[in-house]
Design a protein around this ligand. Structure first.
Ligand code: ADP
Ligand code: MG
Length: 293
């Protein structure tokens, strides 16, 4: 394509709410045949809400919430925001946290009122040799069966409760995926969240291929594996944990509602956080490059 055509294409993109890093990006956009979609914050809004707090014998749901909320208050993760907000609403002011640590893709750790607290998913607790009572396991399964993300709360070596958070699928996601499939792309859902929740979301959106329970540092490997299958891979993400995969993909797309790290790593930004703009970008690249060459 001529430089002028590419510039026109880029300008048209801006009108569609697609920010393109450079005119050459249109060429990789045109060749894409597989689109990997991060779940939380990309196909879902990422605005999670606390919906339930379960406490095992010997404690109360208020105490579980207060202690977990105190640690999560130091984290920016959407799950952490939901838990801190929910805890504050239900129990009032949260205690202070010391020695806070963010364990990316797993959860958080901190010291609250002399207790060593862990909040996160099961592998984090396993790794630390935490005892998980049967009723806590059952409460977690129940929450997951309802399509929620269940987070375990442990202190002093024992899991004491389960916090369930829910996230909504963006109203535009289903139509976007239908459009992408109609353009001949294979959608793949990629998430650090558990398999049951991921499959529920994928089912609602008509996505057949699901890769779940992936640690942030392994997202880039998933992109590489798809490329090794001979695919030309687009990746759409919003989080700091998506940045490496966005950079590695043949085409990286960031949600405009996402983090600066994701936007910087991507070739293209969907300004309004509307996934349908990904389909618009592909149509635009095909039109711009198809007609002129
Ligand atoms: P995604 O890939 O869907 O954007 P992440 O990789 O950020 O999700 O997180 C994966 C999983 O790790 C979450 O579903 C949650 O179970 C757990 N997790 C991550 N951060 C936290 C946190 N701050 N508090 C509790 N759980 C967390
Ligand atoms: Mg995300």
């Amino acid at each position: 394509a001529t430089p002028t055509a590419l510039l026109v294409g880029t300008g048209r993109g801006a009108q569609l709410g697609i920010l393109i890093k450079g005119p050459e990006v249109l060429e990789s956009t045109r060749r894409v045949d597989t689109i990997v979609l991060d779940k939380t914050g990309t196909v879902t809004t990422g605005t999670m809400t606390l919906v339930e707090a379960y406490a095992t014998e010997g404690t109360t749901s208020e105490e579980v919430l207060r202690i977990a909320g105190a640690v999560e208050n130091a984290s920016e993760h959407p799950i952490a925001r939901a838990i801190a907000r929910g805890a504050q609403d239900r129990t009032g002011r949260l205690p202070a946290v010391d020695d806070f640590a963010n364990l990316e893709g797993l959860g958080v750790r901190g010291t609250v009122q002399g207790r060593t607290v862990l909040v996160g998913r099961a592998p984090l607790l396993d790794e630390q040799g935490i005892v998980v009572p049967a009723d806590v396991v059952a409460a977690q399964r129940e929450a997951v069966a309802q399509g929620r993300t269940a987070v375990l709360v442990a202190w002093d070596g024992v899991a004491r409760g389960v916090l369930s958070v829910a996230d909504e699928i963006r109203p535009t996601s289903e139509q976007a995926i239908r459009q992408l499939v109609a353009l001949g792309l294979t959608p793949v859902l990629l998430t650090g969240d558990n398999r049951t929740v991921a499959e529920q979301v994928a089912g609602q959106l008509g996505i057949d291929r699901v890769i779940a329970e992936v640690l942030p540092q392994d997202k880039v490997r998933v992109v590489e594996e798809l490329q090794a299958e001979g695919r030309v891979v687009a990746m759409v993400g919003d989080g700091v944990n998506d940045a490496a995969a966005l950079a590695r993909a043949d085409l990286g797309l960031a949600m405009g509602t996402g983090t600066d790290a994701a936007i910087e790593a991507a070739d293209l930004t969907l300004v309004r956080g509307d996934l349908r703009a990904a389909a618009d970008a592909i149509r635009l690249s095909r039109r711009t490059l198809g007609t002129i060459r």
